[in-house]
Ligand binder design. Structure first.
Ligand code: ASP
Length: 336
């Protein structure tokens, strides 16, 4: 029997060359960057990263992984719990052929628990790694680490401060799900005071022509500093305590967890923790084309019956996180 000649589905060399981008990262000024805050991104850089993330998605769907970052090492240093962010950075690095030193669950057994300073830990890790991802409970810790490090540092959450890579994946998800960002009505619900993801996402949305609705209990309102930035931009923005005020018009409903770990008074936490729960009943009042997002983990803010609703995008959002982090790692390592 004559063997059937299989045509290659695509040319791997071509795909790698495309991913290698002939120095486009340098052209975009991202090589060697620390990623500390969303303030570093303008519309051009966002478009660039989103374009790269789309290419990463295409690559993963076709071949699962490539060797773009072969030989490169990522140190993943997490002083606060994380499931998605750490797994997503690890998956991103490995899909690009690099490897990872994960210092996550074991951080309490490491030198950190012996009282080593963050700067010393960072200076040590950079002897092994080409890039460091850091999550730390203090605002400004990522900036401090970046000052100590000679390799790029990526902020994976600095306490209640910022979470820039989450905001990038959130915005990317909005664009992928709704097909655009300009002109949308975005409602954020829950803990807007301590939720770092909504701080970063709001700042990124300031580059677009959007309407913003902030829904929170009185004690968990969006920090004044961010509200002032929103007002300075002249965007249509309003605050409310009631999700019913926003559900009918929202194109994006971004729901957050009340950040228990940031409360010194647990009674206060218990008073506000169940204030908003997104249910199928509530979803019946929402537009047919809209999207429900959540940075996860959820602890009851979205009832599991909503998961089957095609507008529930929170698990697709998780997948987008890996593509965005692949794009970022490739870019800061000069391989985009
Ligand atoms: N995973 C997100 C964060 O690290 C959201 C959350 O924890 O509620 O900020």
């Amino acid at each position: 029997m004559e063997a059937t000649k299989l045509e290659p589905l695509f040319n791997l060399q071509e795909l790698e060359a495309k991913l290698n981008g002939n120095g486009r990262a340098r052209a975009n000024g991202l090589t060697g960057w620390d990623i500390l805050s969303v303030d570093q991104f303008d519309r051009d850089k966002l478009a660039y990263i989103f374009g790269r993330a789309e290419e990463m998605r295409e690559m993963v769907e076709r071949v699962h992984g490539v060797d773009l970052l072969k030989g490169r090492v990522l140190a993943c240093l997490f002083y606060e719990p994380s499931t998605r962010t750490s797994a997503s950075f690890i998956a991103a690095m490995e899909r690009l052929g690099g490897s990872v030193i994960p210092i996550t669950q074991g951080v309490q057994f490491s030198s950190v628990s012996k009282g080593e300073t963050l700067a010393d830990t960072i200076r040590t890790l950079e002897q092994y790694a080409d890039v460091i991802v850091l999550r730390h409970p203090e605002i400004g810790s990522a900036r401090m680490a970046a000052e100590a490090a000679g390799v790029p540092v990526i902020n994976a959450g600095d306490g209640p401060g910022e979470h820039p890579t989450q905001a990038l994946l959130d915005l990317f998800t909005i664009k992928e799900e709704m097909g655009r960002i300009d002109g949308l009505k975005v409602a954020m619900v829950g803990d807007l005071r301590f939720g770092r993801t909504v701080h970063s996402l709001t700042k990124l949305l300031l580059h677009f022509d959007v309407s913003l609705r902030f829904v929170s209990p009185e004690i968990l309102r969006m920090p004044l500093k961010i509200m002032n930035e929103v007002r300075d931009k002249g965007l249509d923005a309003r605050e409310t305590h009631d999700v019913a005020d926003v559900i009918e018009n929202a194109d994006v409903l971004y729901v957050t967890r009340v950040q228990k770990e940031r409360f010194s008074d647990l009674d206060q936490y218990n008073e506000v923790k169940d204030q908003y729960i997104i249910t199928p009943d509530l979803m019946r009042q929402a537009k047919e084309k809209m999207v429900v997002m959540h940075p996860l983990p959820r602890v009851g803010e979205i009832s599991p019956e909503v998961d089957a609703d095609p507008r529930a995008a929170y698990f697709r959002q998780v997948q987008n996180g890996m593509y965005i982090r692949m794009a970022l790692l490739a870019a800061v390592l000069g391989k985009a």
